[in-house]
Structures are given as structure tokens and as C-alpha cells.
Design a protein around this ligand. Structure first.
Ligand code: SF4
Length: 354
């Protein structure tokens, strides 16, 4: 394969800021950017991020409303019917439990509460139950944004969620249309697109993202980046596969921290003004380069993921604080937790030296 000509990073960010679409050739060049010049690419993406979001970081708090009970067969998911992962199984949380989660979200500095249920789509009873909880959460925390994620929506359900006070609806496209049939067989890509459209039509803020590390090609990555731009979503969660043991994709490990950064940069250039969230797999795949990711993305999940542990909320806030960034909607949290340098100093001896 001939080597791609690497475009000028400044020109890529100029195009992005002007609202111009990158060519496919430029998109490929971003994804194959030389590792040794990654800082040029990040700096160009940061210019775009800073123009639209300044130095703000939005914190989102995930709640698993219903766990381990899905009848779908998404191969990456620890809660699917084909997963043997030992995840907790429980039905819809009660309003009291959801209120307790909202308390935790606010304490962690989150601006958005993401209520996610493992299911093909909600029944009428699920919508009624969620709406009751949403009303109670909004009464206690009117400023807290609520995003629901309950799978495929039927006609009229998005409107009812909106009436109850739900602000946003998440439904990820996950990958390109052509790759989708390799990762799921119980529903189609079109089903997913239709649900995002239903959310938009009901004036719910559309949130839709992707998962990388599932065997997709460079062209698949570019396809989904462009598709999300065309769909006109407001926020884009970027997940890097957590290959949970017991899932069909267990043990899959195709990503490097630099590759994750290039994917984030591509999404920033193609979707310059969209909220870009580093979602599942941040700690696992970006590892010590997490902070570089935040120069590109402007949003993260604080604390744990749906079925796996994340970095502690304190460490997340500390990271944002150390970067000199600020947490959206909660200036007090931007101060970061107090750090005692004395506590962080440990004397090493010959016996304990590593
Ligand atoms: S529909 Fe959602 S919860 Fe169900 S298997 Fe797929 S990703 Fe998991």
C-alpha cells in the first residue's frame, strides 16, 4: 500500500473550524498519522475543541437501570443473551434507587445523568416507570440533564420521555453500516438509525456514538464518523472495546493509545462542534495518555461504566484539575480534591525497591 501523504495539521484544523468536510484521503491520513508527530495532530484538534468548548469538561454519570437481561446478541456487550460474563442481573431500578444514583452523580460533579437499560427497547410500563423517576430527579435537581438509553424506540415513546423531562436520548450507531452485521444479528443498522431519528423528531437531544476495537477497518471508522455528522447528533460517545471475559469479543485487543487518540482527533475534525465524549475503555486503552485525549474530547464519564469499574471520580476530577481545565456546571468541583503531597511521598528501602 502506498504511503499516505500527511496533510498539514494546521490546514486540517482550519477546514474543520470553517465547517468544511475533510476528504476521505485526509481522514485516512489522520488515522495513519505518524506516532512520532502525534502532538501536532492533537494540537490541531485542540484548536477546534478550544474554539467550541474552551477548557470545559463535561462529566456524565452512568446508571445501569436494568442489568444483564437483554435478549439481543450484540457481540461486544456483557449484558447480551450470548454473553457469559458474570454480570449482575436485575430488573428496572426503583425511583428511590434512581434518586440515590442522582445524588451520587451530583456529588461526583456530573452535569448529566445517563440512565441506561439493557433491553431491545422499552415496554409501555418501562416508559411510565422511567418517567416517574425522571420527574422526581428533576424536582430534586432541576439543572441535572437526563439522558435515557433504552434501546429501540417505538412510535410515540420519545415524545412521552420528552414530556416527562428527559433531555437527551442515546442510541449508538456503534460502527459502519457494512460492519454492523458482523457484530449484531438481532436488529439492523437501520433500526438504530430510525431510533436516533425518532429522538430528534421528539426534540430530545440526540446522542449517538461508536465502539472501536471490534475488528473494524479504517474505512469503517471513517464511515461512522461521517454518518454521525450527517445524522446531526449533539453528542458522540467514543467507546474503546472493553473485551469483557465471557463476551464474544473477549480477549480482543487491537488498539494502542496512539490509535485511540487518532480516532478521537478524526471525530473532532469531522464533528467540530459536537460534544465528544471519551466513554468506555478510556482507562484501559488510553492509559497514561488519558489527559491527551481530553485536549481533543470535551466530555467523559465520571466513575464506573455499566458493568465494569472505571477510574475513581476523585481521580477523574483530579485529572481535569491538573490539566487546568474546568468541570462544566460545577466550578467548586474544578478546584479538585485537596492533594496532600506529604501523603503521596513514600520512602523506599532496599527491601521494598521494585
Ligand atoms: S441492545 Fe444494548 S443491552 Fe442489548 S445486547 Fe445490545 S448493547 Fe447490550
Amino acid at each position: 500500500m502506498p504511503l499516505l501523504e500527511i496533510p498539514d495539521a494546521t490546514e486540517v484544523s482550519r477546514k474543520s473550524l470553517a465547517g468544511e468536510l475533510l476528504s476521505r484521503e485526509e481522514a485516512r491520513a489522520v488515522l495513519s498519522w505518524p506516532d512520532e508527530e502525534i502532538l501536532d495532530l492533537i494540537s490541531a484538534a485542540y484548536r477546534v475543541r478550544r474554539t467550541h468548548f474552551g477548557r470545559r469538561v463535561k462529566m456524565n454519570f452512568l446508571v445501569n437501570l436494568q442489568s444483564g437481561l437483554c435478549a439481543e446478541d450484540c457481540s461486544y456487550c456483557s449484558q447480551s443473551k450470548i454473553s457469559k460474563a458474570p454480570v449482575e442481573k436485575y430488573k428496572f431500578l426503583s425511583s428511590d434507587e434512581i434518586l440515590d444514583m442522582a445524588d451520587r452523580a451530583v456529588k461526583a460533579g456530573a452535569a448529566r445523568l445517563c440512565l441506561v437499560a439493557s433491553m431491545r427497547g422499552p415496554s409501555e410500563r418501562d416508559v411510565v416507570s422511567l418517567n416517574e423517576s425522571v420527574r422526581q430527579v428533576k424536582e430534586r435537581y432541576p439543572q441535572l440533564e437526563i439522558c435515557a438509553s433504552m434501546g429501540l424506540l417505538k412510535e410515540g415513546q420519545a415524545e412521552r420521555l420528552k414530556e416527562a423531562g428527559v433531555d437527551a436520548y442515546n442510541h449508538n450507531l456503534n460502527t459502519s453500516e457494512s460492519h454492523y452485521e458482523k457484530i449484531c444479528h438481532t436488529h439492523t443498522y437501520k433500526d438504530r438509525v430510525d431510533t436516533v431519528e425518532r429522538a430528534k423528531e421528539a426534540s430530545l437531544s440526540p446522542c449517538s456514538g461508536a465502539i472501536f476495537g471490534m475488528g473494524e477497518t479504517t474505512e469503517d471508522i471513517i464511515d461512522v464518523a461521517f454518518r454521525l455528522r450527517e445524522t446531526g447528533v449533539d453528542s458522540i460517545p467514543i467507546n474503546f472495546l472493553i473485551p469483557v471475559p465471557g463476551t464474544a469479543l473477549q480477549g480482543k485487543n487491537d488498539l494502542t493509545p496512539n490509535q485511540c487518540l487518532k480516532i478521537l482527533c478524526l471525530f473532532r475534525f469531522i464533528n467540530p462542534a459536537m460534544e465528544l465524549r471519551i466513554a468506555g475503555g478510556r482507562e484501559l486503552h488510553l492509559r497514561s495518555l488519558q489527559t491527551l485525549g481530553l485536549y481533543v474530547a470535551n466530555s467523559i464519564f465520571v466513575g464506573d461504566y455499566l458493568t465494569t469499574k472505571g477510574q475513581s471520580a476523585t481521580a477523574d476530577r483530579q485529572m481535569v484539575h491538573d490539566m487546568g481545565f474546568e468541570v462544566v456546571g460545577d466550578p467548586a468541583r474544578s478546584e479538585g480534591p485537596p492533594v496532600s503531597l506529604a501523603e503521596g511521598v513514600e520512602i523506599v528501602t532496599r527491601a521494598t525497591r521494585q
